[in-house]
Design a protein around this ligand. Structure first.
Ligand SMILES: Cc1cc2nc3c(=O)[nH]c(=O)nc-3n(C[C@H](O)[C@H](O)[C@H](O)COP(=O)(O)OP(=O)(O)OC[C@H]3O[C@@H](n4cnc5c(N)ncnc54)[C@H](O)[C@@H]3O)c2cc1C
Length: 730
């Protein structure tokens, strides 16, 4: 009611500087006559304004300076604002919880994470550095576990400096009696202080934090390098490349071979195997293309040799020779961080210590083997080891229904293995919408993969020399005999054994290196990028992060960039391919984001029909009532490639109208994105608009009235055209 009254009776105008100035003389007179009462009334009004989160606290702080002067003003405001803030905090904690969660949910996530990590110190920095509005902090903190008393005193302490600055500015405003007064040097200094205060406060906080973390480590006077990069996978290579390109002195330390997972055990071999397996599947569909038959003979060992040939063909892109030529000092050895400024490298010939201004950790991840009894005894295959197979397993169990498990399950089934895919969750590709998972699962089943979702692997046993996986579903156990088991249940970041523990660099709940938005670890000169840090584990996100790590490490003193994950695409290269950027329905609902959805069925696309690939979907989420793209999922042939148009559109803020207004070559699969935009446009047309057009066109068909005039328009225009024709007689 109070909040309603505030706005209904426009009480806000009492909290403007103009109003105060118009009443300044009267207030000053009242204060001279009744100093205590004035202070008490001011105090109570201030508490009410802040407790109810009304706009006006800033103006009141300035006014306090004007009425009470610097010291009394500061004391009154300091207590009133802390008390009001605490009342708002309590209201939020006990009354407004649900509403605040809905309204400020996105900002709350960041604040909650900060409180969990640093407790009251985090609140102190929030108070000191006003990046969040004063009232949002009060309300948001009510939803965190912080204690009321801690909230009160940390708020009072944290806000003191800011209060002083504002009250001081207020004392100067009170003295202004002419326009010239605005330019008084003291006032200018006050406002400059106001402006630069957040930056000074931020620097102060950062310097306190960094002193705390570097306290144990003596800093060398000079460094041999600008940056040492640990790990030469996608993230490390790109970091080193950028550093060398800007002529920084960079050492890239790799314990095995340059190229990392992507080249040797990840993207490259998997995509090479997928290509061969796809050929086999297409040959089986030969009749659909009008062939009588296409009998393909193949040898699994030769297919796997081809995979190695592909790796060898790409290897030079990531070679020591290439990177050395680019100016990178490549060191083959085991890296260990021994201080924030030194990396010890154990090479074949001995140990060296590299001193460096910055370190970028790009140590990657490894396949995670879950603690299932008996699993390690049978030496399961993983994405690390599967590439050395030369004999096709007759019966293969694939553990895991994520992208890696799905890609490999389909490949092996197409090569002729009898594949059973076991997934604990209710469906494959759990991050995608249910209908997308279903499309993939139906295709897998049609190709002979036994997909067991909702099945939990219990143990691996060996009976009479036969390996058996025991799984549980709905309280019932069943047994799956197999020759090989491929474990693809996730990837664990490499965070142990190279110095993070000794330095005390924290890791997250998901066991990746903990970073801030600039990709800095707890030590501001130590960065991380790629799989070791997440949150996405893709080659393109590794290189994306590498750019931020390299640029922030080398130039962060002048300008730091926050890593931007707003438009992250990815694809699962199964058949049908699944590609996504931005939100899908599942995520939009989880995050409480309103959306509209439009779908285009690839069964209707001419090129897909001609190619016998007419299956799949383009699904686009838009902001309600607008063509702004919130996310897109494509399922079907070359989905990963088709997605690029949506990625570009989202990155540069282009809506579906822009895609619709762009010529797409006929007949291509790429037209699918335009048709999805067309489907969206049609959905926007209201019945009223349709009725209007029908009436208009009916009117135009009628030869009487206005329509007869309109009907003559073409003729009139023709005359005009003739008048402009060079050879025409007027
Ligand atoms: C089967 C499979 C398929 C995949 N397919 C795709 C795909 O299609 N598209 C996609 O985008 N992503 C794909 N990925 C993921 C992609 O491979 C990874 O996200 C990417 O390789 C991560 O790069 P990175 O630099 O973070 O780590 P890595 O490539 O793992 O590199 C880390 C390097 O650090 C080295 N290292 C670690 N510790 C030390 C140390 N102490 N001293 C020296 N060196 C050290 C390691 O030897 C390694 O070479 C796939 C992954 C797998 C497993």
């Amino acid at each position: 009611m109070l909040i309603g009254a505030f706005f209904a009776f426009d009480l806000g105008h009492y909290f403007t500087l103009d109003y105060f100035k118009s009443q300044q003389a009267a207030i000053a007179a009242y204060y001279a006559a009744q100093p205590l009462r004035t202070a008490a009334i001011f105090f109570i009004v201030y508490v009410i304004v802040t407790a109810l989160s009304f706009p006006g606290a800033t103006v009141m702080t300035l006014v306090a300076g004007a009425i009470f002067g610097l010291w009394w003003g500061t004391i009154i405001v300091s207590f009133a604002s802390s008390l009001g803030a605490t009342l708002a905090f309590l209201a939020s904690r006990y009354v407004l919880r649900d509403w605040i969660q809905r309204k400020f949910g996105d900002r709350l996530a960041a604040i909650n994470a900060g409180i969990a990590k640093d407790g009251p110190f985090y609140l102190f920095t929030l108070r000191l550095v006003p990046v969040f509005p004063f009232f949002v902090i009060n309300l948001a903190m009510g939803l965190t576990p912080i204690r009321t008393w801690a909230f009160y005193w940390v708020s009072q302490l944290g806000m003191l400096a800011g209060t002083l600055v504002y009250v001081n500015a207020g004392t100067e405003i009170a003295k202004i009696d002419s326009l010239g007064g605005i330019l008084s040097p003291t006032l200018l200094v006050s406002f400059t202080l106001l402006g630069i205060f957040p930056f000074i406060a931020k620097q102060l906080v950062e310097s306190i934090k960094s002193r705390r973390v570097y306290a144990r480590w003596p800093r060398p006077a000079r460094f041999d390098r600008n940056v040492v990069v640990i790990g030469a996978g996608s993230a490390g290579l790109v970091t080193a490349y950028i550093a060398a390109a800007v002529k920084a002195k960079v050492s890239l330390v790799e314990r095995r071979r340059l190229g990392g997972d992507c080249l040797y055990t990840g993207c490259v071999p998997s995509k090479a195997l997928i290509r061969s397996a796809k050929f086999l599947a297409q040959a089986r569909r030969a009749r659909k293309l009008g062939m009588t038959s296409a009998d393909v003979q193949f040898d699994f060992a030769r297919v796997m040799e081809r995979v190695q040939r592909v790796i060898t063909a790409i290897e030079p892109h990531d070679s020591i020779e290439r990177y050395t030529k680019l100016g990178v000092d490549c060191v083959i050895g085991d890296a260990k961080i021994v201080s924030p400024w030194a990396v010890e490298v154990t090479t074949a010939t001995g140990t060296r210590t590299l001193t460096t201004k910055n370190i970028v950790i790009a140590a990657g991840a490894r396949p995670f083997i879950p603690p299932i009894p008996g699993i390690t005894d049978i030496k399961p295959l993983t994405s690390d080891t599967v590439w050395s197979l030369r004999k096709l397993p007759a019966r293969l169990v694939v553990l895991g229904g994520g992208p890696i498990g799905c890609e490999l399950a389909q490949c092996f089934a197409r090569c002729g293995s009898q594949v059973t895919q076991v997934e604990m969750l209710p469906r494959l590709l759990m991050r995608e919408d249910a209908e997308i998972s279903t499309m993939v699962m139906q295709q897998f089943r049609a190709e002979g993969v036994a997909v067991l979702t909702g099945h939990k692997a219990q143990r691996v046993i060996v009976e009479n020399g036969e390996k058996i996986l025991v799984v549980e579903n709905d309280g019932r156990e069943s047994r799956i005999p197999f020759d090989e088991l491929l474990c693809a249940v996730g990837r664990a970041a490499n965070t142990a054994g190279y110095g993070l523990e000794a330095l005390g660099i924290p890791t997250t709940k998901t066991h990746t290196v903990e970073l801030n938005e600039y990709l800095q670890t707890a030590f501001p000169n130590i960065y991380a990028a790629g799989d070791v840090a997440g949150p996405y584990q893709f080659t393109h996100t590794a290189s994306h992060m590498a750019w931020y790590a390299a640029v922030n490490a080398l130039f962060g003193r002048f300008k730091k960039f926050k890593v931007d994950y707003s438009v992250v695409p990815w694809a699962t290269f199964t058949e049908p391919e699944v590609a996504r950027v931005g939100l899908n329905e599942q995520e939009a609902r989880e995050k409480g984001i309103a959306y509209e959805v439009v779908k285009y069925d690839l069964a209707e696309l001419d090129r897909a029909i001609a190619d016998e690939e007419a299956r799949g979907i383009v699904k686009v989420l838009t902001a309600p009532g607008s063509d702004k793209i919130l996310g897109a999922t494509i399922v079907g042939e070359h989905a990963g490639d088709l997605l690029a148009e949506f990625v570009l559109a989202m990155k540069h803020g282009l809506g579906l109208n822009k895609i619709l207004g762009t010529i797409h070559t006929y007949p291509t699969l790429a037209e699918a994105t335009k048709y999805a935009a067309g489907a969206w446009k049609r959905a926007q047309v209201t019945q009223g608009q349709v009725d209007f057009l029908a009436t208009f066109n009916a009117y135009m068909r009628d030869d009487t009235g206005v329509s007869s005039v309109l009907g003559k328009l073409p003729e009139l225009l023709r005359d005009k055209r003739r008048a402009y024709a060079p050879d025409a007689k007027p």
